[in-house]
Write a protein that binds this ligand. Sequence first.
Ligand code: SME
Length: 146
Amino acid sequence: MNKSEKYTTSLTEIKALLSGETDMIAKMANTAALLHKEFDFWWTGFYRVVDNELILGPFQGPLACMHIAKGMGVCGTAWERKETIVAPNVHLFAGHIACSSESNSEIVVPILRGGEVVGVLDIDSREFNTFDDIDKYYLQQIVELL
Ligand code: SME
């Protein structure tokens, strides 16, 4: 299966899995687990906006930093800009927060509700250049399901 096919399958599975569920944390937890296993990412998880900062939410992978301020790192920048950010080489991203020294590329997709960011989906890879417009296209649809 190529990447688009894997995402298409995952999208269908996540839709079924989340259907009827209303609790955001439960939905984030299973979405992170499903994506992490399917794609063998290094770190797959969520941060939620709580009291005007990003707080670590459900994730799979190594330990991560728990608080991120608006505008800081890839996550805080995606929040501030309200747009998906792809970092092909995190070491070249000004202000990147290195939770794991093994992470080399990253994508952060904001979760928008009524025009406001309520959280972000953050995925890290140990390879460089892992993420592109295909990941962006499908992950943006996936966060719509939360
Ligand atoms: N690298 C992120 C921080 C979160 S960890 O990757 C899990 C950033 O720069 O915002």
